[in-house]
Ligand binder design. Structure first.
Ligand code: SAM
Length: 502
């Protein structure tokens, strides 16, 4: 046996993820699920060793990667009708046979005489191309250690056919349970109402290669506008009028760019307004519409989007910490974050995971924002090309102001929610959606970074899947033929446009 624990046996031996390259195979040994770990090291002869799933609890991302690839290759081989590749492989000699001096025929159908002529392969070899050790904290590590007593293996032929056969027959149950438990543990740490995870279709769990984050993470080449430009409304006071914040909407600096309330325009101010619109002049001084209903309306409408904003795609400018209006300002909502409980669920309809609400939502109610890494347009293109056309996309362009501000495509930032973000990463597309994404900003001088906020656009009963239209154009193109790079839409609604991207 080549396991050499120099610092004594520890009951809680663990493999550290930063030391591992990948997981290559699985088997059941001594009633335990085990996985073959390829350690980081010399790329030509890296050490490898088998570990029980309890030793790999800090490497569940890698175990999950392995299981995903294993399931995908199983699905592919199920689809293949002929030739029987598994059988074809069986006829090849494996490098393991060569190492032991076995001929392919001997390994395939050993006769009594051949068995007595060659040594029986060792079945207790757990470490290849190296030796195992443990450090003072009980962490296992493996180092290359060539020598006559070290079992060697040709890593270019891994996983070997014997391993593949064993892996195909070995159930993976404990690992799936632990992966799910780890994901649920991480969900439990997300700020706000609880997020549940439900899968009645299979044993999969969303990728553990994902961090829940409360705010954007800005990557290289991405900058927010200077904080000094986030001046807020200076003329508003917390105790003005009905103490709802920016009552004097004509004076409110934050509402400067909000939608003008045409009902409150006089014939004269209407002319001035039309002129300001035509010349791009300031809208300060015109009466504005608050984006949200105040607390003195019906309970279910409090804080929901007023119909003007609901029906338009007008950006919303919320008050911020530098404003004079105070904490209960009616012009603050999205900045307080998600207030509703959500459920991530496996759709079972070819659309992967989806999102639904645990409670009834009212028309205009805020659901959540889309979070992720904010990257440059060039980086987004690079990531998109690396992912390939069939990979699920989590890229969301912050291009709302591109036209009005004359921003070049290269100046646009993109939110990538694949590896970091929030539960809204799981919102699927529907051609007849029940939610819509709105632009919410806290700094009118920052046209490149703003919040992508989802609101219900009709009453939604608890348990209904939350969807939005990925294109969200004012008018949809009626395209019959599949456009380049199109992914078939599986929303299943009567208004389905057939393709996800056009
Ligand atoms: C932002 S993700 C949504 C969450 C995704 N379902 C998951 O499991 O992570 C977008 C991806 O989901 C899939 N998707 C979303 N809506 C779909 C639809 N209506 N039809 C087919 N696939 C859809 C596509 O693969 C798309 O690239």
């Amino acid at each position: 046996m080549v396991v050499i624990p120099t610092t004594g046996e520890s009951a809680t031996r663990r493999v550290r993820i930063d030391k591992v390259h990948s997981i290559l195979s699985n088997r059941i040994k001594d009633n335990e699920e085990q996985f073959l770990v390829r350690w980081k090291g010399d790329p030509n002869t890296p050490p490898l060793s088998w570990h029980s799933i309890s030793e790999l609890v800090r490497c569940l991302e890698l175990v999950q990667d392995y299981i995903t690839v294993r399931e995908e290759s199983k699905a592919v081989s199920r689809k293949r009708k002929s030739p029987d590749l598994a059988f074809e492989h069986e006829r090849r000699a494996s490098p393991f046979d060569r190492r032991l001096g076995l001929t392919p025929s001997a390994s395939r159908s050993p006769s009594i005489s051949s068995l007595s002529a060659v040594p029986t392969p060792r079945t207790d070899i757990d470490v290849y191309n190296g030796v195992l050790d443990t450090d003072g904290n009980g962490f296992i590590f493996c180092r290359s250690a060539p020598g006559p007593n070290i079992a060697t293996i040709n890593i270019r032929s891994l996983p070997m056919e014997e391993m593949l056969r064993t892996a195909r027959m070995s159930k993976i149950e404990t690992a799936n349970v632990l992966i799910r438990a780890e994901y649920v543990r991480r969900l439990g740490k997300v700020v706000g109402k609880r997020i549940h995870l439900v899968n009645v279709h299979d044993y999969t769990t969303p990728s553990l290669r994902f961090s829940y984050i409360p705010d954007y993470v800005l990557r290289e080449g991405v900058y927010r506008a200077d904080p000094a430009t986030q001046e807020g409304c200076q003329k508003c006071k917390p105790d003005m009028g009905r103490s709802i914040g920016c009552e004097y909407t004509q004076k409110c600096g934050c509402l400067e760019y909000a939608a003008v309330d045409p009902v409150r325009l006089t014939p004269e101010t209407k002319k001035q307004y039309e002129k300001a619109l035509a010349t791009g002049g300031s809208l300060l001084g015109f009466p504005k519409r608050f984006p949200y209903f105040t607390g003195d309306t019906k309970r279910q409408r409090t804080g929901t989007l007023v119909s003007f904003y609901l029906d338009s795609r007008h950006p919303i400018y919320e008050c911020n910490d530098n404003c004079g209006c105070g904490p209960y300002c009616r012009n603050k909502n999205v900045q307080f974050g998600r207030q509703v409980g959500l459920e991530i669920f496996k759709t079972g309809s070819g659309r992967g995971w989806g999102l639904r609400c645990k409670e009834d939502l009212f028309m205009g109610q805020f659901v959540d924002t889309y979070r992720g890494e904010v990257i440059t347009d060039a980086e987004a293109t690079r990531r998109e090309q690396a992912g390939g056309k069939l990979k699920a996309s989590y890229l969301y362009s912050l291009d709302k102001h591109q036209e009005s501000e004359g921003l070049a495509q290269a100046d646009i930032y993109v939110v990538d929610g694949e590896f970091m973000g929030g539960p809204s990463k799981f919102m699927n597309h529907s051609c007849e959606p029940n939610c819509r994404q709105y632009t919410v900003s806290y700094n009118k001088h920052d046209t490149r970074i703003y919040d992508l906020a989802f609101f219900a656009i009709r009453d939604i009963p608890a348990g209904e899947e939350l969807t939005f239209d990925y294109l969200d154009k004012e008018e949809a193109d009626d395209e019959e033929d599949a456009p380049e790079g199109a992914v078939p839409c599986l929303c299943g609604t009567t208004k389905c446009r057939k393709w996800l991207w056009q």
